[in-house]
Design a protein around this ligand. Sequence first.
Ligand code: HEM
Length: 77
Amino acid sequence: MDWSKWIRQLHRWLSIIFTATVVANFAAMAMGPPPAWIVYSPLIPLFLLLFSGLYMFVLPYAARWRGGPTRERTGSA
Ligand code: HEM
């Protein structure tokens, strides 16, 4: 598995973890004021999502700058 596929998988799973922490926030709030660690827990996966997402965003541009093959040129997924 190449590096960019690995990052995409990481981003996909981080999004699930992030969603779970947001749901946990709503669940905890229904039971009264939640503890600070629950309130701030989405920030960890969100922060990692930001970097893996930005990496994926620049990938096609970086391939073009380097003059290498892009997904559009090769037609591969
Ligand atoms: C925080 C800033 C974020 C940035 C900069 C970002 C950026 C990106 C980019 C560039 C892609 C690839 C799109 C493509 O196929 O060309 C992507 C895919 C995706 N993002 Fe994000 N994202 C962010 C946050 C999130 C969040 C908060 C979620 C959901 C909770 C999320 C869920 C996903 C999913 C499920 C995919 C598809 C992954 C796959 O193809 O397997 N992202 N994101």
